[in-house]
Design a protein around this ligand. Structure first.
Ligand SMILES: [Fe+2]
Length: 296
């Protein structure tokens, strides 16, 4: 049974490319791969690109890019999608060049963005090693992918079923927290075959934006603290102060991007081995910290 390997890229539509370039390179520590009037592509490691940003007033997620280990696995996965009568598009040659992948298909998410399934991810080249202006260590990527995405669901049960039954992502766990009397946040976390605790999570919430946040992970704990200090110094709104999640056991903070949605920068984090993993429900988002700041 063919299955997604990892979350290998993400694309956002953003209105202010200059501010994003500064945030991505000088605060988060990514590297610009390509920049023109229409967009910006970013590196986190040896691959040619990991995030792409298109000039677009939507200021929200456009694409989640999921990698397969082989063309055969990709084809078998797409065949199963079509058997389930899911509309699947083929990416054109021009789109493949833009994404720097060999072969790809796309499917619409129920919440208004696109999932792309691909194989064959271009690397930047032997003489073009990744360089960060600010990180002491590196990003944790490789088989675990770029990090994770948290899109809000318009309809929670329908979106959970789409991720579980259609995309065949594996459920990691649940967090159900009463954030205010009578208001319960019910979040479901999903992992891929390579086991990053979650590559995507979702919760139903009334929100003008689909994307709540994207997360990147660093190898060196100091890089979380140093990025936090850079945000404070630059006046970037901190949405959740430093804290720790009980389910993925990540130490992190959340700050706001120029598009209004947030990024999470984290360290630590569980890699799931499904042979020993037990799916649990937690009753709080954080076991310490993550104090919420009100941003006016
Ligand atoms: Fe997160």
């Amino acid at each position: 049974m063919a299955e997604i390997h990892s979350l290998a890229y993400a694309g956002f539509g953003v209105s202010d490319l200059d501010k994003w370039q500064w945030l991505a390179t000088d605060i988060i520590g990514m590297q610009v791969a390509h920049r023109d009037e229409q967009g910006l592509t970013l590196r986190m490691d040896e691959y040619a690109q990991r995030f792409f940003l298109e000039k677009n007033p939507i200021d929200d997620i456009l694409v989640a890019g999921w990698q397969f280990r082989s063309e055969q696995e990709l084809e078998s996965y797409v065949r199963e999608l079509r058997e389930k009568e899911v509309p699947v598009e083929v990416l054109s040659r021009e789109m493949l060049q833009r994404r720097k992948v060999e072969k790809a298909y796309s499917v619409e998410d129920p919440n208004g963005f696109t999932h792309e399934f691909f194989f064959g991810h271009s690397e930047a080249g032997l003489n073009d090693a990744f360089r960060s202006k600010v990180l002491k260590g590196s990003f944790v990527t490789g088989d675990l992918g770029i990090g994770h995405l948290l899109p809000f669901a318009k309809n929670g049960p329908q979106t959970v079923s789409f991720y579980q039954d259609v995309l065949k992502l594996r459920v990691s766990d649940y967090i159900r927290e009463e954030v205010q009397p009578g208001i319960v946040v019910d979040a479901t976390f999903f992992h891929t075959a390579t086991g990053r605790h979650h590559s995507i999570a979702t919760a139903q919430a009334p929100s003008p934006k689909v994307l709540n946040h994207f997360m990147v992970q660093v190898q060196n704990m100091d890089d979380v603290g140093l990025a936090y200090d850079r945000c404070i110094k630059a006046g970037i709104p901190i949405i959740l102060e430093l804290g720790h999640h009980p389910n993925d056991r990540t130490f992190s903070f959340y700050a706001q991007t120029p598009s209004g949605f947030n990024f999470e920068m984290g360290w630590g984090g569980v890699v799931i081995d499904d042979r020993h993993w037990e799916v649990k429900a937690f009753n709080k988002m954080s076991d310490w910290g993550h104090k919420r700041n009100i941003v006016l």
